[in-house]
Structures are given as C-alpha cells and as structure tokens.
Design a protein around this ligand. Sequence first.
Ligand code: SF4
Length: 464
Amino acid sequence: MKDWNEKCAVVGIYNAHNASILSYYALFAMQHRGQEASGISAANGEKIFTHKNNGLVTKVFDEPTLKKLQGIASIGHNRYSTAGEDSIDDCQPIFAKYSLGELAIVHNGNLTNAKKVRKGLIDEGAIFQSHLDTENLIHLIAKSHKSQLVDRITDALGKIEGAYALVFLSRTKMFAVRDRYGLRPLSLGKITNPDGSIGYIVASETCAFDLIGAEYIRDVNPGEMLVFEGAYSKHIPIPKSIKIFEPNPKPCIFEYVYFARPDSKVFGRNVYEIRKQMGIELAKEHNIQADMVIPVPDSGVAAAIGFSKQSGVPFELGIIRNHYVGRTFIEPTQTARELKVKLKLNPIAELIADKEIIVIDDSIVRGTTSKQIIKILKQAGAKKIHLFISSPPTISPCYYGVDTPEKSQLICANHTLEEVREFIGADSLAFLSLEGLKKSIQSSDDEAFCQACFDGNYITIPQE
Ligand code: SF4
C-alpha cells in the first residue's frame, strides 16, 4: 500500500556510551516509519544538545554533528508529517527551557484533544513555536506547580487524550510513556556497554534493537511510564515503572498489516510470521487456482508466501521494486501517482505474459495505486489478474497518528466490492475478513485491538 503512512518513529537511549550514535542507528533502522525529517537530542547531565532537520537520517546527521550531541542519554525521532507542517519548527525533538531546567520530547501518535488544549493555553497567554500537538505538553509541564518533573509529566498527561508513545529527556533522566490504549508501539530493550555496564533503549520497533545489539526485554505497557534515572550516580539505573492510567489495551492492528518492518516484534509478536499467516488465511477464505501468485513488493511478500503455501499455487517475484526512488518533480495529482508507481514497480514481462496470476497486496486505500499495478501487469501481457488483499477493506480514516486520506477518498468506504473491482480493472477482487486477520494474529477472545480503519469503531474522536 502506498497512501497510508505511519506517522513517526521514536527512540530513547539511557546510560549508554555514545548514546546519540546509538539513536542515529536506531532511527536508521526505523527510517520506514518516517522520511520527512529526523532529529536527536542528547543530555550530558548538565545540558541538552539538539540537532534536527528535514530529510533522511543519513542526510540530517554526519559524524561531526553526532559528536556534538554529547552524553550518555539521548532521544530521537523520524517524522512523517501529520500533526504539523513541513518546516524545521515542526521537526522533533521539541526542546524547551523551563523553571526546572531543560526538556526535550519526541512523540509518535496524535492527540485527539490537541486543538481544544492549545486554544485554552493560548487564551491563557501561551506562545507556540510549532504546529505540533506535542508542543501542548511542553506548556502543560511548564505550567504545572509540582516540584518534580515526573509529577509534572503525570499532571500534563492527565490533560491530553489520544494516541501517544512519548519519550522525554531531561538533563539527567529519561521517561517513556504509552497512552492507556497502547495504540502506538514502544518496546524496552537492554544495552550492554563495552565496559559491561548496562544501559537501556526504548524504540517504536525492535528492528532498532537488532542493529545496535540490544536485547528485547518487554513492551512498555499501556498506561505505564518508565522512569530512567541514576546514570550519573554510582547506582545501576533500573527503569522504574509507574502506572499512570488504568490500562485499556487496544493496540493498532494495522502495524501488523503494513507499518512495521517484518523483522520487528510488535506488541510482542513477530510481524513476518503474522503476515505470512494472513496469506494462509486469505487462501483458506478464497480458494482459487492460477499459474502463479505474485506479491506487490515489499509489503505483500510475506502474505504471498503464505498464500502460495496454503493454495499450492507457485510463488514468483513477478514485480520488481526499485528501492531508490526519490522525489518526483511534478504536482501531486493522479498523474504524479501513476508516475510514482511506474518509478517504483516494474513487472517481469517474460514471467507473466499469457499467465493467470494472483496478485497479493496488503491493502487498498484510494484504489489508484492498485489500478496502476493492474495496468502495468496487463501491459506486460498478463492474461487474467486476481487482486487479493491480505486485510479487510479500509473504510475509515485514522485519528491516532497515521496519515490517512479523508473518508471520501477511501474507495472501499464509498463503493461496492464490484465497483472497486471495476475501477481497478482486475478480473476478480477479494479481501481477508476481519476474523481472518485476527486469526492470523492468534489473538485471544479477550484481547482487543484498535481496528477502527476497518470497522469505524473509534476509541476516542478528535475534539474541536
Ligand atoms: S484506526 Fe487503524 S491505523 Fe489507526 S490506530 Fe486504529 S487500527 Fe491503527
């Protein structure tokens, strides 16, 4: 899928040698979660240093820059713009000086009462520097009368609603929090420093742990805050757990469908295994034979392998993806989208000419990308094309930190299955059921997920 983008990636490193370099590698591993901007703040016990800019991680940082980000604690962020604009002011971390010292924050998610809170703060005289909903937190923390930062953060969190995986960095401490629903992922890992001392990492995805050799411990629980302190004393810093809210877990089911890297463990489960199982369930629900099954790379690969395994239809890599596509220099119109598909995906004509093929993709959003894929496959000579989707139809936008089109733009929200099939030009079209998706995750009866983009049942909706 190409029109549904994860908001961001966050990372926090505590008590580790070269903390900013570890943040850099963690952000590099999580580049797929946001490519518009990147930033790191580091704390050395006395001061917080920040560098951020628009662009990919490798463009924003070089060695001299990272060397200036001194300290054994750091936080970082990759941004895919949603609540904010494209200016440098809207890059994270957000940094501020306030009565207790210095503070930097990174946020993955979307605050549903952000407008209301911001209006209240402005009415009371606050001045904002960015369009970010996260900036509300800085003001709420600064305004709190509590004497300890941990209590000020707790105070501020009591006034915000919506989805958040947040990491706060002070000059000596770090705090990691997930909202009560656990909508966005955040995992905790252990770092063993070269001298044998122990440090910690929190990150949106565990693929960040693998790159820096960290060991997965567990997820930060919904409604939980982890407090990291003691790095500047002789004590071994062990994260302290504080229950901020009564948990009501409803993690985002779409992480399994599309956002997360298949080598990550998200909400405690490996993403690749789940996607493969989604293909198996899809084949169980829609029994069909053809000459071959091919994935739309990369997001459809694991499900296509599962589909092939279950159905016995041979798996082929019939479409090759160019991973090096940069910006296209035309206006964002339908034509631009067509060009984008062609720049990215190219079918192997010799393989698919005169063949009946099953194409597996992870989802359909506007339908324009699927239409283009069918078009290029037909141009390459495919005889018959069945488009099978390894998730249910997406019928509602996301309010929790994922960049989705309006409902009016979601083709499955406004058209029947047959109308969608006709629009995209496939010979047949099928989706995995919601039950099939949950079976793939092996969720127990009492385990709930946010699945609002599939069923329209929102946990909380934006307030004006
Ligand atoms: S609405 Fe969809 S994308 Fe958004 S959090 Fe819920 S499941 Fe995830």
